[in-house]
Design a protein around this ligand. Sequence first.
Ligand SMILES: [Zn+2]
Length: 114
Amino acid sequence: MAVSETLSQAVRLRADGRCQYCLMHESLQGATFHVEHIIPQSKGGHSVLENLALACPGCNLQKADRTTAVDPATGEQVPLFHPIRQRWSEHFRFKGYEMEGWTPLAAQPWRCSI
Ligand SMILES: [Zn+2]
């Protein structure tokens, strides 16, 4: 099922124009970001706000229809980052760059009435 324009706009508003996986802002890239299914439709995911994320083309194409990946440290299959249920700042760090006092919008609690 396609994502409605209203739902797509809600995803973009919630993400504040940033990829919810790498946090790049859409204005820094010459391509339109995608509204993607966190749990792919091919794996039973639905087109609802809680299952949609804004993703840059690089993150979206790299993720594809995966929900898990091999952890290079352990060799175990682990779930991919879930940008709605998990906090970005607890999973990732900018190496060599302090982010003191800054919380990515993707990691902030957010409510929607749609
Ligand atoms: Zn990205």
